[in-house]
Design a protein around this ligand. Sequence first.
Ligand SMILES: Cc1cc2nc3c(=O)[nH]c(=O)nc-3n(C[C@H](O)[C@H](O)[C@H](O)COP(=O)(O)O)c2cc1C
Length: 323
Amino acid sequence: MRTKITRLFDIQHPIIQGGMHHVGYAELAAAVSNAGGLGIITGLTQPSAADLANEIARCKDMTDKPFGVNLTFLPTVTTPDYPGYIQAIIDGGVKIVETAGNNPEPYLPALKDAGIKVIHKCTSIRHALKAQSIGCDAASVDGFECAGHPGEDDVPNFILLPRAADSLDIPFVASGGMADGRSLVAALALGADGINMGTRFLATQEAPVHQAVKEAIVNATELDTRLIMRPLRNTERVLTNPTVERILEKEKALGEKLRFEDIAPEVVGVYNTVMHEGQVDKGAWSCGMVAGLIDDIPTVASLINRIMKEAKEIIQRNVDLIS
Ligand SMILES: Cc1cc2nc3c(=O)[nH]c(=O)nc-3n(C[C@H](O)[C@H](O)[C@H](O)COP(=O)(O)O)c2cc1C
């Protein structure tokens, strides 16, 4: 399937694996790229720019296909060494960067001068238009369903994607709630040029996380995510567990008095415990409503092949309907 996104990134299938903290290591990114999609290493999961340089080198050992690096600009306890990470990306010869969170404008000149294509993840049309106006090459339009940070507008993809199609000139992918061939065809129908998936790729054989994380996703339904940090206007969609329910109770009890420090112990630094030790109830971790559509743990290649096969069958069936 050829779309503006496959042409822009020189990939076979219009399927991107979004950056995921403590998940987006070289193993997963390479598996996605080798299967014809676009794999993405999560920059800030690497403790330093030197570690990111090593991770990029490891990924290059595992694939000769294009892959990208995610740079997330969200409120953090200590500001990461963004210029150092960008230098590692440039020196590593990576040609695609997925930015997310705050406006990436301060960092765009360095990326563009190095010939890097930038896809910015946005949760609203105004942010997508801003990304377009500052020179981003593409957008990843993240609906309210998505894992992680859906923003504060709560617009689901059935509205957000056609609005993006009507508003943007740059190509964009549909992100949030994407799982299978039906998602891909629906995304194309709504005007997107491909899909970006997080939670679905987390439940694959190659995702380098504890088996308990993958099983938690398979066992979850579409009713099992919660929105935390809403009172701080830093909303995150996470899988529910007793820790998350405690956070929500605290948020309710403190109301407008809530400060980040009140919930920090259950939110900061928990990814290692969850993703690698498999203690899935020990903290809040991003997960999308799409968990309700996930009931297996396939290899990345079989997942991508299945999505493409199903998408083609759906398109063919609908062509047959009208002919
Ligand atoms: C465990 C996990 C961690 C994530 N970490 C990040 C991150 O560090 N930076 C980022 O831009 N997006 C992050 N995301 C969001 C994904 O890149 C993607 O936008 C999102 O998962 C799409 O929604 P979906 O899960 O419904 O496919 C994360 C998602 C998950 C599931």
